[in-house]
Design a protein around this ligand. Structure first.
Ligand code: ADP
Length: 267
């Protein structure tokens, strides 16, 4: 992994119109899946989108787009992101592109993580973007603090919080809300993921876990509720295969749920 050799001091974030962080209290609730689907949905809505993966210890964005083996190139202005569409309107950046083996564990102390996030936010040549979606690690970590500190001057739109219907995850989201309030990051809203199960045969949606915890929590904490995304094996499969769910599953209840979230974000 080598540092970019930017010889021109360009403020790459000044050409980004909206910055949205995607957060969750714990891992495995579908935060990266939601970040990916939001990025794809915004791209399909005609927006220019960047997706930055700051989950340094567990980057999953290269896998979600099936672009594992991509190398990051440098230009005089900094790091060039990986474009995943031929129109070059959806760009990705992740530590997964910078390490030799994506599965290698990254064991870094706080200052090194902080420096890496700063570099991601300073040196990636996004050019003109409508939206920069930032996929963060679970919890409230050095990565969050560093990202928020480096973004302050750009007035980020805020954070989307992802939870599952189970109470334990919902409990963790309370901490995320408190963190956002303490760091003055607006909460754009809460998404309840894996909410109900979509049968792969008949696409009927049944509630396997209790549903509605996310909505109740949003009400209690006075944050907007952005909607429920069902547990859908097709969504999981398309993420594993790096397929564009938005393109392949037109009309599915899961896609309708994702599109509802995206519609609320489009400006
Ligand atoms: P996190 O980023 O919170 O750790 P991921 O987005 O990596 O979680 O998702 C964890 C696993 O759950 C992945 O295998 C993903 O495909 C699956 N998953 C996430 N959301 C859904 C969903 N709504 N339906 C089905 N599978 C999902």
């Amino acid at each position: 992994m080598s540092a970019p050799m930017s010889d021109i001091n360009v403020d790459h974030l000044s050409a980004v119109r909206h910055v949205i962080l995607v957060m969750s209290g714990k891992g495995g609730v579908g935060k990266s899946t939601v970040a990916t689907q939001i990025a794809l949905g915004l791209r399909h809505a005609g927006k220019k989108v960047g997706l930055l993966d700051v989950d340094l210890c567990g980057p999953s964005i290269p896998r979600m787009f099936n672009v594992h083996q991509q190398d990051i190139h440098q230009c005089s202005e900094g790091w060039l992101p990986v474009f995943v569409d031929k129109e070059q309107k959806l760009a990705l950046m992740s530590i997964g592109f910078l390490v030799e083996n994506e599965q290698d564990a990254i064991i870094w102390r706080g200052p090194k993580k902080t420096a890496m996030i700063k570099q991601f936010l300073k040196d990636v040549v996004w050019r003109d973007l409508d939206y920069l979606i930032i996929d963060t690690p679970p919890g409230t970590t050095d990565e969050h603090i560093s990202a928020i500190e480096n973004l302050k001057a750009y007035n980020p739109d805020g954070a989307i919080l992802v939870t599952t219907p189970q109470a334990v995850s919902v409990g963790d989201v309370k901490r995320e809300i408190t963190f956002c309030r303490k760091t003055h990051i607006p909460v754009i809203g809460l998404i309840e993921n894996m909410s109900g199960f979509v049968c792969p045969n008949c696409t009927e949606c049944t509630n396997v876990f209790s549903k509605g915890g996310g909505q109740a929590l949003a009400k209690e904490y006075h944050v907007p509720f952005l909607g429920c995304i069902p547990l859908d094996p097709e969504l999981s499969k398309s993420c594993d295969e790096g397929k564009d769910f938005v393109e392949h599953y037109e009309g599915s209840p899961t896609l309708q749920a994702i599109q509802k979230v995206v519609d609320r974000l489009v400006k």
